[in-house]
Write a protein that binds this ligand. Structure first.
Ligand code: 5GP
Ligand code: MN
Length: 334
């Protein structure tokens, strides 16, 4: 991590009584939650007291065991409190996102805040408007970058077991448990340091991946047996879920996480999509292998973005319309 940038951040961080806010992107994933709470824990350990963590909306229950989960302010539930904290903060750490629209209903208050905005993120194409930008598309996760940031400050001894657990969550969830986006030895060096802090990798893996409710497991089965369409001639597979489908399985936040990966796991499929009908839009989730650039696809057609091989966006057409136009897009672009 750039030393000059770290020194600038250290300068901003001098006053330990100032108000510091960590903010996550909408529908925060393990990396957003893990990196924000790890940084929160570090700041606590380093003697800062006026610190808060804000998520625009709730996150999946398989992350609710994470250290400091109870400290996260869910802006959808505590709107005024979240907005006041953001507008009055001296420093805002924007973790795991690089554009203001990613915080949805908090976009305006974040943009308008006079606080110093520090981005730590690993997605391509960071937007302008941030005061200090740590952007590294080669990093496996924002959690890895948070570790490097703390290391740059010379403070790794202030990473507690709790912070190490949070960072570990960020790294494993963004790499599919070390199966993609982590071909750099540095990721494993950092993981080694986290294990030295006492992280129990097998236990964390269990908490995240083996705590399905029965409804969630049956929904996964239903997605694969009833809602999966394969277009082998285009190497495309997709799953489309309606609101009724979700209701049938008593859908909870996070229940469809990981479903799209199953479509990508089919032999010779290089593009997988999950369409999920929400109240006012259809959420579109992309995964790909090799040179199929889903970041571009999400940016060009679905008002979204992400990484080359994992991205997301939205469609404001009906579910049916969204699916038919996606099929036309696939057929047209071949
Ligand atoms: P997921 O499909 O798991 O929701 O998201 C996959 C990746 O795409 C993540 O890196 C996430 O940050 C990004 N992503 C998901 N939805 C959006 C979106 O609406 N806009 C942007 N810019 N990125 C998104
Ligand atoms: Mn991430």
């Amino acid at each position: 991590m750039d030393k000059t940038q770290i020194l600038r951040a250290a300068e901003y961080l001098k006053d330990r009584s100032q108000s510091i806010v960590m903010i996550m992107h909408t529908s925060p994933d393990g990396d957003a939650v893990g990196s924000s709470l790890a940084f929160y824990d570090y700041l606590l350990n380093a003697g800062y007291s006026n610190i808060h963590v804000i998520a625009p909306n709730p996150y999946a229950s398989f992350l609710h065991w994470i250290p400091h989960h109870d400290k996260v302010i869910i802006a959808e539930k505590e709107k005024e409190k979240a907005k006041d904290l953001i507008s009055s903060a001296s420093i805002l750490f924007c973790l795991d996102f690089n554009g203001f629209s990613r915080v949805n209903h908090l976009e305006k208050v974040l943009r308008d805040s006079k606080g110093v905005k520090i981005m730590i993120d690993h997605h391509p194409g960071p937007e302008s408007g941030f005061d200090l930008v740590f952007s590294d598309t080669d990093a496996s996760s924002t959690a890895e970058m948070v570790y490097e940031f703390i290391a740059g400050l010379g403070d790794t001894e202030k990473i507690s077991l709790q912070a190490a657990q949070c960072l570990y969550v960020g790294i494993i969830t963004d790499t599919g448990s070390f199966s993609y986006g982590c071909n750099n030895p540095r990721t494993y060096e950092i993981v080694a340091r986290l294990i030295e802090k006492g992280v129990d990798g097998a236990h964390i893996h269990h908490l995240i991946y083996s705590t399905y409710t029965i409804d969630r497991m049956r929904l996964l089965g239903y997605c694969l047996s009833e809602r999966l369409t394969v277009m082998p001639e285009y190497q495309v597979a997709f799953i489309a879920l309606s609101k009724e489908d979700l209701k049938k399985f008593n859908h909870q936040e996070g229940d469809t996480e990981g479903v799209v990966n199953y479509a990508l796991a089919i032999r010779d499929i290089s593009l997988a999509v999950l369409f999920t009908e929400k109240n006012n839009y259809v959420k579109v989730s992309f995964r790909s292998v090799g040179d199929v650039d889903v970041n571009k696809l999400a940016r060009n057609y679905y008002e979204g973005g992400g990484h080359k091989n994992a991205a997301g966006g939205k469609s404001f057409r009906s579910l049916e319309h969204t699916v038919t136009s996606f099929i036309s897009l696939v057929k047209g672009s071949s």
